[in-house]
Design a protein around this ligand. Structure first.
Ligand SMILES: Nc1ncnc2c1ncn2[C@@H]1O[C@H](COP(=O)(O)OP(=O)(O)OP(=O)(O)O)[C@@H](O)[C@H]1O
Ligand SMILES: [Mg+2]
Length: 247
């Protein structure tokens, strides 16, 4: 099984609130369909989730107590999810939206069989970054963290992070062919303007996913051909995560 994280930057233009990149999602849906890979999709909040999260000070790092903020942010995420599912359906996939909540509990470990059965039935499970309640209050559960929980629960062969850039960029702006713990620590990873920890959290979760035995790829969603290769485990233009077994 493969996990595909559709980053907020590829499903929307994060500079334009509530913008949706239907063409990009459609081309990625076509690539998923034609790859024949058994795939579970998780998407980020992009221009739907982040503006509201920012307005109401919701974040993945601290608790919030704003009922209208929680409600409005979730409403926007369901709206984005509906658009993504419509684009997938128009390209011939059969999306099956599910809540990420069970992934946070012991029941999540049973999720593998359940998701496999849904995939075997011809559907593509889809979930998304959400607002969860914890003892201290409400917190954003990042799509990147869901990608980690899913990769573990499914013992996924691959996890592909799709973004608006060609991969993880080094200090000079060029794409890094691979990253490991050491090179990731050297990167200046900004987390500004992102309610979910930005690229820094993404790379941290990616290293955890890779250390669980899942191949991890970062690829541009503007190049569906490269995405398709990454999804199939072929050589592609982008970044792979290397975690030596005895590191
Ligand atoms: N060193 C870096 N390498 C790659 N991308 C970077 C780097 N620094 C910042 N970025 C930015 O991080 C973003 C990653 O996008 P991505 O779509 O994966 O998730 P996101 O911005 O966290 O959105 P969401 O949380 O909604 O999924 C890109 O838009 C990219 O411009
Ligand atoms: Mg993010």
């Amino acid at each position: 099984m493969a996990v595909v994280k559709l980053g907020g930057s590829i499903i929307s233009d994060k500079k334009k609130d509530f913008s949706y990149r239907g063409e990009s999602v459609a081309s990625l849906a076509r690539a998923i369909l034609s790859s024949g890979e058994r795939t579970v999709v998780v998407h980020g909040g992009g221009a739907f989730g982040h503006p509201l999260a920012k307005r109401y000070h919701l974040s993945s790092r601290s608790a919030s107590h704003s009922p209208e903020g929680v409600s409005e942010t979730r409403r926007a995420m369901f709206d984005l999810n509906a658009r993504i599912c419509d684009s997938m359906t128009a390209e011939g996939l059969h999306p099956y939206t599910f809540s990420p909540f069970p992934l946070l509990t012991a029941a999540g470990t049973k999720g593998r069989k359940w998701l496999e059965q849904i995939v075997s039935a011809g559907l593509t499970p889809v979930t998304f970054g959400d607002v969860v309640h914890e003892d201290a209050g409400f917190r954003i559960l990042s799509g990147d963290t869901i990608a980690l929980l899913l990769s573990r629960s499914l013992r996924a062969a691959r996890c592909v992070f799709v973004m608006d850039v060609d991969g993880i960029l080094g200090p000079d702006g060029s794409v890094l062919r691979e990253i490991d713990r050491r090179s990731a620590a050297r990167l200046e990873l900004s987390s500004s303007g992102d309610a979910t920890g930005g690229i820094a959290l993404k790379v941290r979760e990616a290293l955890k996913i890779a250390s669980g035995g899942t191949e991890v790829a970062f690829v541009s969603g503007f190049n569906p051909h490269e995405f398709s290769k990454a999804l199939k485990g072929l050589d592609f233009h982008g970044t792979i995560v290397k975690v030596p077994s005895l590191d």
